[in-house]
Design a protein. Structure first.
Length: 639
């Protein structure tokens, strides 16, 4: 009878943690066992070469025994003797793979480049997530003796001599019974096993084989009108073995890159941009990235999952690894494969992994360089990209208190009064008038309406270009940037623009003094609505405009009002910008206002109220009493 031995690890509690807590999904067990089998074959291949032997055809075989609820993974690898079984399987977190690689590195007097997937030492114990008992039968290459290791994962293990043909290891899992929370029988379904191999181990370098049932035409019936078919078992290779990104870039066609993207990331269109690169250093990795040619379905919904696929030596670790991309590059799809990441790390541990931060920084820099190149070399393509994902780059400017603004400011595009084209901030500044100090902009929801704003006409008459901000985030962006190439940003609908000559300023001051009583009258009429009423230097043809004082702009007022409504704070006092009504003293309506003030003050009040409501409409604000406004307009028209 075999001798019962206890695990050498600290306690049963530690083993329970390994089995039940370190992995997010139970299906991971198959990935771990296949990875271990791949490691064992790697070691045998190295052993065979060292001993001038032909390694032969090496493979991993999976067998399903539905009746007895047994799942078997068998490899032609190096195998283990009795001591190694006890050392590697009897000691939790002991990794034979890591020891092998360390020994190899000593022999080669440096870091070994042999790919060994499992270096953390707990992957084998994932089998106990689905198995009530695990049996390991192993025979070491060059040895005539085989041994059997058996454990239920809780009460120690036994090791005793066994009979086995050829070197390698066979792992036999006696699956747990199905219960209310888990259906362990699914791991006896050939389709499910095939899917899991494809998902996690598709790029293991050795063939992973399994007998699967297929429908085959009976040869003797092939000439019949309706041929007959029979169900037979066929040994099939489940994995593709060679990942696209492991091939030299020069040997991969654009069509292959595009097809890989569409198949693996479920898109019907070719990507706009493919970025494929390798990094060697403290953390070595390969990245295959794609910029989609259109906005993905549900991109701005809460259900959309950003992030890259993460592999370790071709073994799938996780999907949607958000830690590999900054938030503002969430539109990038693709994968990263690094030989420096431990396979046996869960999502929770990945979030604290400094190696991922290094990879993320390199990816961020590479993608931004590609976008900069696209902006310079293919402006049309970049503008298409901007239409799709420009909002994300704007988000990146003001997110995290603007820590990424210097990386992104030269990639921003804005609409402009210059030929109605999109422009970069650099292009705007290069075109600025010699005496121009600020970068002028206005905000609104419609480009067409913004171009008609009185202040825009005034600035254009002076030869100044104006940026047209039609996205809610635009003001957040410029407030975060604060300035660009030592030029501050100036909301043209806010504050004193100081556009006039000394002569023009003197003329306006004289008109203000002579009409001060009228302006005070209008201010009193609009008491509680505006802070001030004054004559304007920013109007050309239009009779009136509404200007925000220093502080909050009108567009920010609208944004905060919308956010308040979304958050259910409609009853709270609204945040409002300071409102100043400006009148054009050169417009005919002002002369009519002067006459009414002197002859019919009530009519002057009505004109004042109509002008204020018109100014509100121009700025996109609702008027308080549309019915009253309509009545006043009709009254004035009938006079």
């Amino acid at each position: 009878m075999a001798e019962k031995k206890e695990f050498k690890a600290e306690s049963k509690r530690l083993l329970d943690l390994m089995i039940n807590s370190i992995y997010t999904h139970k299906e991971i067990f198959l990935r771990e066992l296949i990875s271990n089998a791949s490691d064992a074959i790697d070691k045998y291949y190295y052993y065979a070469l060292q001993n001038h032997q032909d390694p032969g055809d090496l493979a991993i075989n999976i067998q399903l025994d539905v009746e007895n609820r047994l799942l078997t993974i068998q490899d032609d690898g190096i195998g283990m003797d009795k001591e190694e079984l006890e050392e590697n399987l009897g000691t939790i977190a002991k990794s034979g793979s890591l020891a092998f690689k360390e020994e190899l590195a000593k022999k080669e007097k440096g870091e070994s480049d042999v790919d060994i997937i499992g270096q953390f030492g707990v992957g084998f114990y994932a089998a106990f997530m689905v198995a009530k008992e695990v049996k390991v039968i192993s025979k070491k290459a060059g040895s005539d003796e085989a041994y059997e290791w058996v454990s239920d994962g809780a009460n120690g293990y036994t090791i005793e001599p066994a009979i086995k043909e050829g070197h390698g290891t066979t792992v036999i899992l006696s699956l747990k019974e199905d219960d209310d929370t888990e259906r362990y029988s699914q791991y006896l379904d050939s389709n499910q096993i095939s899917d899991l191999v494809k998902k996690y181990s598709d790029f293991i370098r050795y063939p992973i084989k399994m007998d699967v049932e297929v429908e085959r035409m009976i040869e003797s019936t092939k000439d019949q009108e309706v041929p007959e078919y029979e169900t037979v078992k066929e040994n099939k290779t489940l994995n593709s073995m060679v990942p696209l990104w492991k091939r030299p870039k020069s040997e991969i066609t654009k069509e292959e890159f595009d097809q890989f993207y569409k198949e693996h990331f479920y898109d019907y269109s070719d990507p706009m941009k493919t970025i494929f690169f390798n990094v060697e250093g403290n953390v070595s990795f390969t990245a295959l990235l794609y910029i989609p040619s259109h906005v993905p379905t549900g991109f701005y919904s809460q259900d959309y999952k950003p992030g890259l696929q993460l592999y370790s030596r071709g073994v799938f670790i996780m999907d949607h690894c958000e830690e590999l991309l900054p938030d503002y590059l969430r539109f990038v799809k693709g994968l990263v494969d690094s030989q420096d990441l431990s396979l046996n790390i869960s999502r929770e541990m990945l979030q604290q992994n400094h190696q991922l931060r290094i990879i993320r920084n390199r990816i961020e820099k590479k993608v931004l360089n590609e976008l900069s190149s696209m902006l310079v070399k293919d402006r049309k393509e970049y503008e298409t990209f901007w239409k799709n994902f420009g909002l994300d780059l704007k988000f990146g400017v003001y997110n995290n208190f603007g820590q990424d603004k210097d990386k992104l400011e030269n990639l921003l595009l804005f609409n402009s009064t210059k030929d109605g084209q999109l422009t970069t901030l650099s292009e705007y500044v290069d075109r600025m008038k010699e005496d121009q100090k600020p970068i002028y902009y206005v905000t609104g929801s419609s480009l067409e309406l913004m171009e008609k704003l009185p202040i825009v006409k005034k600035l254009e008459s002076k030869g100044f270009e104006v940026l047209l901000f039609n996205a809610e985030v635009d003001e957040f962006v410029v407030q975060t940037l604060m300035e660009y190439r030592e030029h501050s940003f100036q909301n043209a609908s806010q504050g004193d623009l100081d556009l006039d000559s000394e002569e023009e300023k003197k003329e306006l001051e004289e008109k203000t003094q002579s009409n001060q009583s009228l302006l005070d009258f209008m201010k009193e009429t609009l008491k509680g609505e505006v802070e001030d009423v004054r004559l304007s230097s920013r109007l050309v043809d239009d009779p009136v405009t509404l200007v925000a004082g220093n502080g909050m702009s009108f567009e920010m007022e609208k944004v905060y009002a919308a956010l308040s409504a979304q958050n259910g704070n409609a009853g709270m006092p609204p945040m409002k910008a300071t409102r100043i009504l400006e009148i054009n003293p050169n417009n005919g309506i002002f002369a009519k206002l002067q006459n009414s003030y002197e002859s019919d003050p009530e009519k002057a009040k009505e004109i004042t109220k109509v002008l204020y409501d018109q100014a509100l409409l121009i700025e996109g604000f609702p008027i308080q009493d549309p019915i009253e406004y309509s009545r006043l307009v009709c009254t004035l028209l009938s006079d």
